[in-house]
Ligand binder design. Sequence first.
Ligand SMILES: NC(=O)C1=CN([C@@H]2O[C@H](COP(=O)(O)OP(=O)(O)OC[C@H]3O[C@@H](n4cnc5c(N)ncnc54)[C@H](O)[C@@H]3O)[C@@H](O)[C@H]2O)[C@H](O)CC1
Ligand SMILES: [K+]
Length: 503
Amino acid sequence: MKILSAPQTREADAQTISEEKIASEELMERAARAFVGWFENKFTPECPVCIFSGPGNNGGDGLAVARLLHQRLFDVQLYLVNDGGQTSPDFQLNLERLPHEVPPHDITSKDHLLAIPDKACVIDALFGTGLSRPVTGLYADVINWLNEYSPCTVAIDIPSGLYTDKQTPAEGAIVQAHHTVSFELPKLAFFLPQHEQYVGEWHTVPIGLSPAYLAEAKSNFQYVTQKEMQGLLKPRTKFSHKGTYGHALLLCGGYGKMGAAVLAARACLRGGVGLLTVQTPAIGYDVLQTAVPEAMLIPDNNRKHLSRLLESMEKYDAIGIGPGIGTERLTKTLLGQLLATTDLPLVIDADAINLIASSEKLKAQLPKGKVIFTPHPKEFERLVCKSNNEYERLEELREFCRVYQCYMVLKGSHSAIATPEGDIYFNTTGNAGMATGGTGDVLTGILTALVAQGYTLKEACLLGVYLHGLAGDLAKGTVGEIALIASDVIQHLPQAFQQLRRS
Ligand SMILES: NC(=O)C1=CN([C@@H]2O[C@H](COP(=O)(O)OP(=O)(O)OC[C@H]3O[C@@H](n4cnc5c(N)ncnc54)[C@H](O)[C@@H]3O)[C@@H](O)[C@H]2O)[C@H](O)CC1
Ligand SMILES: [K+]
């Protein structure tokens, strides 16, 4: 699903109004009703509501919400914050529609701010997508005060002060919302970890924006939905056999790091691969054969580290390399030989990324259109570069994938999947419990399995990352976030496949 920029949101708005031949105030009413529908599911009328409206249409939404919540028996206090600027026509209209039981209180100085009741919910309707400069002055005073004293803040459309699709200048104040209820689609800003403290939990509510506009709009940013992922999942056919689902080769493990190999191998098998061969240092022989009996094992000549590339790779369909391999010189040589000789698709993770990061020669050997990298932010920094903020990092990510014609999964709370064409997809499954050792090895196993089964590299990235997160979410349901370990993710993969198939 596309993510729109702030100007595109305005265009979508305008096209909807013209196609449906409605007045803009009607779209605002729809938006307010959609917000109130969400709000009523979350809060009861026992909860006092304080609404802070700014001068534009986001403020107008706040006024309409005040009226609708009052009709639904909520106790509403309404504050109009204005430093002397113009108000929008739809703001004016909704001001006139307010019932007399909801008198607006003007806030034109911070001295006008009144204490917020302990159990109140604050609705932030100061600014939305029309924010045109960093928030300072009176508005910043109000935002800073809300951030300090509001027990619970729900932002309408976007936390006020946060830019929709670019870096917010450091001097701008930003609301720290607990919930953000965005109209129709999430904003790009919601997917960046640097904004977690502002966005809180985000939700979307449909307001019927023009489907034609949404279909035609060009955007390099998308987010992954369950429906799209369900469409990617291939069914198994009755007359299939293990050969139908590919043969994966995993190069992983090292002295003291055999766990990484076990996790990757188990995840690869649970990812649906037909056959799996694992090459590990000799020391891993007993470990792998005992822990993962379904996998075939080729021990390396070297006891502790991978050192020798297999002579023939013909029977394999995909190779995963990296978990637990270390950065020994011999292993680096093996990786160089692999990059230079193979025409198989490669999933490159962990120390294999670090090895490539340390060598321009290895980077130059990367086969075009054949590689998926799966770095976490530190590995990304080594492989690509450091960035000043997460927007800059997204640009660096796109550029790297374009130059090297590769795919990359930048792991994080909304993992970003970049393609050689310059598109970035944000994943929507997963949870903080997955921030634990070994979950990356699990992802490598899943991706390798999907590529071996014939999914394109892009499909494998999207589906694999989605399923990995979904399995993590299901695991959270049984063990919670704190105690969750990588093996729990593997254990819940079967359920994740089943849930996606059924959904
Ligand atoms: N399609 C939709 O999603 C719908 C969105 N709606 C809501 O409308 C806002 C966007 O409204 P807009 O009037 O364009 O912008 P804002 O309310 O965000 O603010 C504009 C207002 O504020 C002034 N301003 C901008 N930046 C600053 C600043 N830093 N300091 C002070 N003043 C500032 C600017 O000059 C204007 O006067 C969207 O988010 C939704 O909430 C509609 O309800 C319909 C559907
Ligand atoms: K807002």
